[in-house]
Design a protein around this ligand. Structure first.
Ligand code: CTP
Length: 416
């Protein structure tokens, strides 16, 4: 069904929501409420373990439908066959997707109703993983994740943060609104279809010797969110990332690098591109002569002194390409004072089309945090956006890209 103009792309969509057994299952009622607010219908499947965290009654009250569980339905073919249940939906959403459920999905095991439906469905599947940080980082889970991505499963999150188990790190389920955004992007128009985008993200590591390096506080959250939003808008995306803990965004080709020089080489190799967005916090300098052996503490000459060499400026290089310059080149300006003034000068100096200026003073919590307050600098007057999550900044930026440039114009190297 096509949504009415202005309506959420979820209007009229049927979501089969599989609620797995994790503390994040407590967010399922909120997720159902928000899906229904947008005009989607929701039918729930609650796993046996999911019963420990939420109840069929809570889910059925909000979904206004019966809830399917292992206890009653595995033999209930007469009322609703598993095959039928798995296919009477436009998408199957697993939230939370536990490590165990991901394992069953990746290996094609079907010992319970949820896994059976996931094996039987012919519809797109999206998972919102949620688990303890160690479980998430375990090679087995990462292997399963890679398998699922390879199978075409869409993945939203997990986020990094304080977890219910008291640990900190990636593994917290994406917030209901982030899941909604991913679903809307999946069902929504794909305005960047057919365009190629290049994104840089994260810090760079500049070696001092084989064990030490110079780095910065960039988490890669903003750049990765932009790559995800571009992909969701239909662009073919290459993400060149410095070392980060961010999960690979769905549907994005990720090239991992360490140094600024490697980042530039990877960007050049990824060309041609219609759009380039440089969100990486690239080190301006590297140690001129990286020591071949570990520098020893006991030195006759005392502490080592270092000479620095300037790193290549990736944004300026891409902006000044005589041939094959991406039609729209966007940079970021990380500033701690006179943010807009410095960003306007930076845009000129680097020769890019737009600059997204952000205040990275420690008090703002921008570096490493989930939120960002930005000002978009273009040919027109600076445009300050309200404080937004980095995901929202990414989505808004992609909407602006889609609104401001038409596909064919970008390809010719013109900005609208
Ligand atoms: N950038 C880049 N290559 C570099 C340095 C920066 O591509 N070697 C890009 C960043 O990705 C960002 C923009 O340039 O899009 C501005 O980065 P920023 O750190 O704000 O500015 P600098 O160029 O480092 O200038 P300054 O340190 O004087 O603020």
């Amino acid at each position: 069904m096509r949504p009415a103009p202005g309506a959420s792309p979820l209007a009229g969509r049927r979501v089969l929501l599989i609620v797995g057994g994790g503390i994040a299952a407590v967010k399922a009622p909120d997720l159902i409420r928000r899906l229904r607010e947008r005009g989607a219908s929701v039918r729930c499947v609650l796993t046996r373990a999911g019963h420990e965290f939420t109840t069929p009654l809570a889910l059925s009250s909000l979904s206004e439908d019966r809830v399917f569980t292992d206890l009653f339905d595995l033999t209930d073919e007469s009322e609703m066959g598993h095959i039928q249940l798995s296919r009477q939906a436009d998408i199957v959403l697993v939230a939370p997707a536990t490590a165990s459920l991901m394992g069953r999905m990746a290996s094609g095991q079907a010992p319970d109703l949820a896994a059976t439906l996931l094996l039987a469905t012919d519809k797109p599947v999206m998972i919102a993983p949620a688990m303890n940080v160690r479980m998430w980082l375990h090679p087995a889970t990462q292997r399963n994740l890679a398998t699922l991505r390879g199978d075409g499963v869409l993945v939203v999150g997990p986020n990094e943060g304080d977890m219910a188990c008291g640990e900190f790190g990636p593994g917290r389920m994406a917030e209901p609104l982030e899941i909604i955004a991913a679903l809307e992007a999946h069902f929504g128009p794909r305005p960047l279809q057919g365009l190629r985008a290049l994104v840089t993200s994260g810090p760079t590591h500049e070696p001092i010797d084989p064990v030490r390096y110079i780095a910065n506080r960039s988490s890669g959250k903003q750049g990765h969110a932009i790559a995800a939003a571009l992909a969701q808008a239909g662009a073919e995306v290459v993400l060149v990332s410095g070392p980060t803990h961010q999960p690979d965004p769905a549907g994005v080709a990720v090239v991992r690098v360490e140094t600024a020089r490697q980042m530039l080489a990877a960007c050049e190799a990824a060309l041609p591109a219609d759009i380039a967005i440089c969100a990486a916090a690239v080190a301006d300098w590297r140690v001129a002569k990286e020591a071949g052996e570990k520098l020893k503490k006991e030195r006759e000459s005392g502490p080592p002194s270092m000479t620095f060499a300037e790193n290549p400026d990736i944004l300026a290089t891409l902006s000044s390409l005589k041939q094959g310059r991406p039609g729209l080149v966007i940079g970021f300006a990380a500033e701690t004072e006179k943010v807009v003034e410095h960003a306007i000068a930076k845009r000129k100096r680097k020769g890019c089309d737009w600059i997204v200026a952000n205040d990275v003073s420690p008090a703002t919590g921008t570096f490493g945090g989930d939120n960002n307050s930005v000002t978009l600098i273009s040919d027109s007057a600076p445009e300050s956006w309200p404080p937004l999550s980095k995901t929202e900044v990414a989505e808004r930026l992609v909407q602006r890209i889609a609104a401001n440039i038409a596909g064919p114009a970008v390809r010719k190297g013109e900005t609208a």
